[in-house]
Ligand binder design. Structure first.
Ligand code: PEP
Length: 243
């Protein structure tokens, strides 16, 4: 089974108008369309501007969305609004939302469902804390999160990002072997359709120096890149590492 790789950048709460030159820089560095799918998730304020500056082969996405399509939800952004601004994907359940904003699996599931209803492809994040890994619970926690965060009827239409919480923004990363084992466990536990078809990204301190180690692995279908995606040169180098 060949799954197309996806290299996704998450800018988090970074980026203002002056940083939009990134789009032209990345396009210049890549030249022609690479073999992998490419996605960048800038802050929502830059989404329309970024979407119109990038070629078709670089998709844009939101970093989070509301669990509803419309209504009295001050400050929230509907996935329909993201789609209207050019987004094709949206991240749901990032650990900074789960831990920083108390989002439960049920909330992540509702957001993921709303994203699907808006025609977006959700990138659903799951991952264990350091304590959970040390106590041998990593796989149990991740599979429980995955099964509770992915709506059943929609399982074939989402992308999963395995992001150990302790590896995000810390410079520490899972070993490619541990990441592969977790991806395999997720595939085996997939309940709706064929787990072999599900694209599973690794995220957590992916950089140009370690990208090839992850991206050359059979089980790893791409990367969700935070810090290193802010620099067009680093992001392009990670994209090149995907082949
Ligand atoms: C992320 O934001 O999802 C992430 C993995 O961040 P970093 O690459 O900086 O660890």
């Amino acid at each position: 089974m060949t799954r197309r790789k996806l290299i996704a950048g998450n800018w988090k709460m970074h980026g203002r108008r002056a940083d939009l030159a990134w789009a032209a820089n990345l396009t210049g560095l890549l030249g022609a369309a690479p073999r992998s799918d490419i996605l960048v998730c800038p802050p929502a304020t830059l989404l329309p501007l970024m979407s119109e500056r990038l070629p078709d082969f670089v998709a844009t996405g939101g970093q989070d969305c509301a669990a509803e399509l419309e209504g009295a939800h001050t400050g929230d952004i509907s996935p329909l609004m993201l789609a209207d601004m050019g987004a094709r994907y949206v991240i749901t359940g990032h650990s900074e939302r789960r831990h920083g904003h108390g989002e439960s699996d049920a909330v992540v599931r509702a957001k993921t469902m709303a994203a699907l209803n808006a025609g977006l492809t959700p990138v659903v994040c799951v991952g264990e804390t350091l304590d959970q890994r040390r106590s041998g619970e990593a796989e149990t926690v991740v599979l429980r999160q995955m099964l509770a965060s992915v709506p059943e009827a929609a399982a074939g239409r989402v992308i999963i990002a395995y992001e150990p919480v302790w590896a995000i923004g810390t410079g520490m990363h899972a070993s490619p072997e541990d990441a592969e084992a977790m991806h395999r466990a997720i595939r085996n536990a997939w309940r709706d359709g064929d787990g072999e078809q599900v694209r599973i990204l690794y995220g957590g301190s992916v950089k140009p120096s370690n990208a090839a180690d992850f991206l050359s692995r059979q089980e790893i279908d791409g990367a969700l890149v935070g810090g290193a995606s802010l620099d067009a040169e680093s992001f392009a180098s990670i994209i090149r590492a995907a082949g």
